[in-house]
Design a protein around this ligand. Structure first.
Ligand SMILES: NC(=O)c1ccc[n+]([C@@H]2O[C@H](COP(=O)([O-])OP(=O)(O)OC[C@H]3O[C@@H](n4cnc5c(N)ncnc54)[C@H](O)[C@@H]3O)[C@@H](O)[C@H]2O)c1
Length: 343
């Protein structure tokens, strides 16, 4: 069976595992720095499958060796937001965790496609690409599928129609400047601009951009996981089944819409090779301006990330100059370690 490894067996990671296992799509390895949590959740899920059916093997571990040969690596390791925190506040905490997770899992699964979930999402997707050196088609950030699902649910609620019949498109970064696109959002092909007033659509776009924070404010101690888990599992399914699904995902911009070279939400077709195609929509002036503003803010955070990494590397380089020659490389061990204190 296809093997998918999930780095970070917290709320989102375990929910992704549950969706994949329940659909019997693949064997799942859950890796966490907290070995007990990974092992305990894997056992619990295995026992759930005895009731729901299927033959997926679920393993919990803290050793990257157990992830070897994965077709897809999902990165959910790191901290979620607390009330009042922006996703960008997480940059410092999560950068070193995600960089270590990317390097270690790439070493054991050199052909894997990465689905990145940890926040700040677009910056972490860029970081995974940078740390692994894989082609841009093999790193896909999960944001647009979730943000579009949130927009879809608000549209369905407003129109009192089945959410299944609603298709929505949210592009740009996974933050306050995300770009919901009402012109490309429909109910069974009918644009919502024909069905809902501009005032109401504007309010729904705003609620979508604040969709994550709305849940954080209720929960007080973490962020959402059911919809993020379902969105991530849908992307993994499209990859391992060669589903060729058109989803908004955070991908490298290339030359699209005159955007800076960052990872941001664009419509893409995903399948066996990861990003199979980036679709160029005919956006109007306002939509392009909003997408550019969002990409610009991601570009600024990528700069901040590069600065943080350079600062963190300085003491290590100085120590290396004065250290004995036989010191092992920082992440030579295959066990997950807490690297968050470094930056
Ligand atoms: N992209 C999105 O749309 C989206 C949606 C929801 C959550 N998120 C992000 O996903 C991440 C996970 O969220 P969550 O709710 O599952 O958090 P969580 O705290 O429940 O789980 C995070 C897990 O990562 C583990 N971890 C920490 N450092 C590690 C390391 N070095 N190696 C391996 N595992 C490590 C923790 O032990 C924990 O189990 C957060 O950054 C959150 O902001 C993104």
């Amino acid at each position: 069976m296809t093997k998918v490894s999930i780095i970070g067996a917290g709320n989102v990671g375990a929910t992704v595992a549950q969706y994949l296992a329940t659909k019997n799509l693949c064997d799942v390895v859950m890796l966490d720095i907290n070995e007990g949590a990974a092992k305990g959740k894997a056992l619990d899920l295995t026992q759930a499958i005895a009731l729901t059916g299927g033959s997926a093997k679920i393993t919990g571990t803290s050793d990257y060796k157990d992830t070897a040969g994965s077709q897809v690596i999902v990165i959910t390791a790191g901290s979620p937001r607390k009330p009042g925190m922006s996703r960008d506040d997480l940059l410092k905490i999560n950068a070193s965790i995600v960089a270590g997770a990317a390097r270690q899992s790439h070493r054991h699964s050199p052909n894997a496609i990465f689905v990145v979930v940890s926040n700040p999402l677009d910056i972490m997707a860029y970081l995974v690409w940078k740390e692994t050196g894989v082609s841009t088609s093999r790193v896909i950030g999960m944001a647009g599928v979730l943000d579009s699902a949130r927009f879809q649910s608000f549209i369905a609620e407003e129109l009192k129609v089945s959410a299944e019949d609603v298709r929505a498109m949210v592009l740009g970064g996974h933050g306050d400047l995300m770009v919901p696109l009402p012109r490309f959002s429909t109910v069974n092909g009918v644009p919502i601009t024909e069905l809902i007033s501009k005032k109401k659509i504007d309010a729904m776009c705003k609620r979508t951009a604040n969709g994550g924070a709305e849940i954080v404010n209720h929960l007080k101690t973490g962020s959402a996981w059911y919809a993020p888990g379902a969105a991530t599992a849908a992307m993994v399914e499209a990859i391992i089944t060669g589903g060729r699904k058109l989803y908004p995902c955070s991908v490298h911009t290339g030359e699209k819409h005159g955007l800076p070279a960052v990872f941001t939400g664009l419509p893409v077709v995903i399948g066996k090779r990861g990003v199979e195609r980036v679709i160029k929509l005919k956006l109007n002036k306002d939509e392009i301006a909003a997408l550019q503003a969002s990409a610009k803010s991601i570009e600024e955070n990528v700069k901040r990330l590069n600065e943080l990494q350079a600062e963190a590397a300085k003491p290590a380089a100085e120590a290396a100059l004065s250290a004995a020659p036989a010191a092992p490389p920082a992440d030579a061990s295959t066990k997950a370690t807490d690297t968050s204190a470094k930056s």
